[in-house]
Design a protein around this ligand. Structure first.
Ligand code: UD1
Ligand code: CA
Length: 461
């Protein structure tokens, strides 16, 4: 059996009021369509066909070079003439050789569909040419109704605008997700007409065609309305975002994480962690974040693409992006670690300290108010308050190298490239632009003069 997945993503999404095509709007930090592509890929699909129209280039660019690039095929739907017409655009690139071959139809704006449900749908329609995913809902407004005969067999899907008064009372609806025999689907699509209330080629009409051909149409009902919820506007996107975040927060709690408030933690990526992680309020994770045992995260931290060792404490207001942090280090409050920061164990980075491309050895400290960029610092060194690693000459970046047990007094400026060997002591307020040998005192400041008998200016009459 061959599985082709067709994802409809040609619509503009007028109600999003945006220049970005609807399916590129993000849920949990990732475009909606990427959630759907991820899910399709998890089913081991042979190919994933994206039917694109509005914003097609943006969608293509997004996936170019991604892990799925080889599996993805594109079909362009110039004019949005209906869901049936959209699926038809993908047909020329579908092989459809064997009666076993299946096509799964998904929607780029239904981001939370789950692998389990789709696998079950494919399974339930393994010996029928068509299977439809349905939902019972209190509010079927605007959706296609599932019509069944006395024997409960599915006979048709009727769009609301074409439905009779009695059909509008049906509360089982079409989620839009279907699986069909590839060979049959090609045939049904070629027989669709646009003779309906909206003048569109409805995909849903293939149900009636299958039944007329004497086939049984299978159906699977999902109990999870969120997984089949489409997004048409920002409110619906927000509702799904909060739902998704709550599921993730509950998964944290279920695995022993202390979460101070599950409504105030957002995970926009993949996180992994050991035992006894604790997460205070308003914490955001982005990208890939790996944490060891006993990590404690204070309020209002943003943590992106980071590796955080055992026993690390992040104090409130800390921002981390592209950093590696060794065991038992303490960061913050209000620290900013930028890409290329590599901290060894027991390092301490305090308030208002910014680091970038900085490799800092065991137990070294920068407790307050410093910029440490393009630096290599040994172990046991101390960077005083107000120290600036002056790494940029206006054109090029240069590196500063400090050995072990170096002490930089407050308000030092280290003008790179410069190297201070083990045990160097830099006097407070120094501008250091010359290498200093091990154990030396570097003083780079004007000598103080005291002028005796000096008179303060006085106020003029
Ligand atoms: C469709 C179903 C309806 C179902 C509902 C579930 C049809 C005729 N109706 O209705 O039974 O209850 O989904 O949400 O299938 N699209 C294209 N090209 C087109 C038209 C649509 O790519 O020409 C895409 C849209 O961008 C969207 C998806 O297909 O992602 C669904 O289209 P939409 O217009 O929202 O379908 P509905 O009329 O709501
Ligand atoms: Ca819709």
């Amino acid at each position: 059996m061959r599985l082709d997945v067709v994802i409809l993503a040609a619509g503009k999404g007028t109600r999003m009021h945006s220049d970005i095509p609807k399916v590129m709007h993000k849920l949990a930090g990732k475009p909606m369509i990427e959630h759907v592509v991820d899910c399709a890929a998890s089913l081991n699909a042979d190919a994933i066909h994206l039917v694109v129209g509005h914003g097609a280039d943006l969608i293509r660019d997004h996936f170019a070079g991604s892990a799925f690039a080889e599996q993805l095929a594109y079909a362009t739907q110039e004019q949005q003439l209906g869901t049936g017409h959209a699926v038809q655009q993908a047909m020329p690139s579908l092989p459809a050789r064997s009666v076993e071959d299946r096509v799964l139809i998904l929607y780029g704006d239904v981001p939370l569909v789950s692998q389990d449900t789709l696998a079950e749908l494919i399974d339930c329609a393994s010996s029928a040419p068509l299977g439809v995913l349905t939902l019972f809902t209190e509010n079927p407004e605007g959706l296609g109704r599932i019509v069944r005969d006395d024997a409960h067999a599915l006979t048709a899907i009727v769009e609301e605008r074409d439905a009779s008064e009695q059909q509008r009372g049906i509360n089982e609806i079409n989620t839009g997700i279907m699986v069909a025999s590839a060979i049959e689907l090609k045939d049904w699509l070629s027989r669709l007409s646009d003779d309906n209330a909206q003048g569109e080629y409805y995909l849903t009409d293939i149900v009636g065609l299958a039944v007329a051909d004497g086939h049984t149409v299978e159906s699977l009902t999902t109990g999870d309305e969120f997984e089949v919820q489409g997004v048409n506007d920002k409110l619906q996107l927000c509702v799904l975002e909060r739902h998704f975040q709550m599921i993730q927060a509950q998964a944290l709690l279920a695995t022993g994480v202390t979460v101070m408030d599950p409504t105030r933690v957002d995970i926009r990526g993949d996180i992994s962690y050991g035992k006894d992680l604790s997460v205070d309020i308003n914490v955001i994770f982005e990208g890939v974040v790996k944490m060891g045992n006993g990590v404690s995260i204070g309020a209002n931290c943003l943590i992106k693409d980071a590796e955080i060792g055992d026993g690390v404490t992040l104090l409130p207001g800390t921002i981390i992006d592209g950093a590696t942090i060794g065991a038992n280090a303490s960061i913050g409050p209000y620290a900013r670690l930028r890409p290329g920061t590599e901290l060894a164990a027991q390092v301490k980075i305090g308030n208002f300290v910014e680091t970038k491309k900085a490799k800092i050895g065991v137990g070294s400290k920068a407790n307050h108010l410093a910029y440490i960029g393009d630096a290599v610092i040994g172990s046991g060194s101390n960077i005083g308050a107000g120290t600036i690693f002056c790494n940029y000459d206006g054109v090029n970046k240069h590196q500063t190298v400090l050995g072990d047990d170096v002490f930089i007094g407050s308000n030092g400026v280290l003008v790179a490239p410069v190297q201070l060997e083990d045990g160097v002591f830099v006097a407070a307020g120094s501008v250091v632009n010359t290498d200093a040998p091990a154990g030396s005192l570097a003083v780079g400041r004007a000598k103080q003069r005291n002028i005796s008998g000096w008179k303060r200016p006085s106020k003029k009459d």
